[in-house]
Ligand binder design. Structure first.
Ligand code: PBG
Length: 328
């Protein structure tokens, strides 16, 4: 870069009017870049507010359908579904039950809103009684046994009509196992969004209240990544792409903007970032206290995530953002 210096160059010249600022804007965001996560609870009859996530509810299948219609009407084009099953056990049996909560809401949404993309979270932690993301062998999560369960779960989501399955368990080899299983069952068109670089983050705290998925013992550091690492994130992404991932995701988002950027720059593939429950809740909590303007903070956060290179942003603020973006 070879630029003239002050006083020839005055950067304020292009900031002078709203029109010039808009003309020279580098980052743009469409409502259709956002993915709206929803918690669908098999036991719920209506809606149950999640205390640690203001404005977000656990919903029955019927209520989730209402919510999906509202989101669609506001311009949202993709939802990410999390299921809270009616019962949990060591194998997470409800995860691939044909009549499970995700299978039912997926089928409902696809019949009423066929163009709303349904992305389903593929992981066992919401379905196991011990709250870990896979099948246990003693106190360890057994990688290869878990792969079979995840593949079955993914196939059953595809059977229900999911457009994209999103493995979030962080087992080695799960993208390949899921791709093979989907193809064997004739679901060549079902895409995989892998949570490729998923850190063991304390910012998932509110989600675990919401999905009732706190591990009964230990933590997730034997499968999720150490937040100190970023070369490792690139290795995770490379493996997932080799195994057939169509979209790769980095999670959490704001604490990992450097990783989002490295992934986008290195691989140039569709890249998603997940602004997780704790990131959402911090903004909401500060807003509720009058300490900052929550809507403006949500906008600034998603613009930063976009600027770092994310094509797709998963955020609980998607509906609020859709309204804010439509108002401008
Ligand atoms: C399931 C899963 C988690 C999140 C998404 N998928 C929880 C976890 O790994 O403990 C977290 C999302 C959030 O915090 O919003 N494995």
């Amino acid at each position: 870069m070879n630029h003239a210096s002050f006083p020839v160059t005055r950067l304020r010249r292009l900031r002078h009017t709203a029109t010039l600022r808009e003309l020279t804007r580098e980052t743009r965001l469409e409502i259709s870049d956002l993915v709206y996560p929803m918690f669908v609870d098999d036991c719920e009859t209506l809606r149950q507010p999640i205390e640690s996530m203001p404005g977000i509810d656990r919903m029955s299948v019927q209520e989730a359908l209402v919510e999906a219609k509202l989101a669609w009407a506001e311009g949202i084009r993709a939802v990410l579904l999390f299921g809270i099953p009616r019962s949990k056990d060591a194998n997470g049996s409800q995860a691939d039950h044909p009549d499970g909560v995700i299978q039912r809401i997926t089928a409902e949404i696809k019949s009423v809103l066929p163009d709303l993309a349904v992305i389903t979270d593929v992981c066992l932690c919401e379905y196991t009684d011990h709250g870990h993301c896979g099948i246990l062998d003693g106190n360890d999560v057994a990688n290869d046994t878990t792969l079979e369960r995840l593949a079955k779960q993914a196939v059953s989501h595809a059977e229900a009509g999911a457009d994209i399955v999103a493995p979030s368990d962080m087992m080695d080899g799960r993208v390949g196992a899921i791709r093979t299983a989907l193809d064997d069952f004739g679901f060549q068109k079902t895409a995989i969004l892998s949570y490729a670089a998923k850190y063991a983050s304390t910012f998932y705290g509110p989600f675990r209240d919401a999905a009732d998925s706190t591990p009964a013992f230990g933590d997730r550091r034997s499968y999720q990544m150490d937040p100190r690492n970023s070369d490792e994130a690139l290795r995770e992404v490379a493996l997932d792409l080799e195994e057939g991932a169509d979209i790769v995701m980095v999670k959490p988002a704001l604490p990992s903007l450097d990783v989002v950027k490295r992934v986008k720059d290195c691989f140039g593939v569709p890249t998603a970032a997940y602004q997780v429950s704790g990131e959402y809740t911090m903004i909401e909590a500060a807003g509720a206290n009058g300490w900052l303007d929550a809507e403006a903070a949500h906008l600034e956060a998603v613009y930063a995530i976009r600027r770092a290179g994310a094509d797709i942003i998963v955020t609980y603020a998607a509906r609020k953002l859709a309204r804010a973006l439509a108002d401008r």
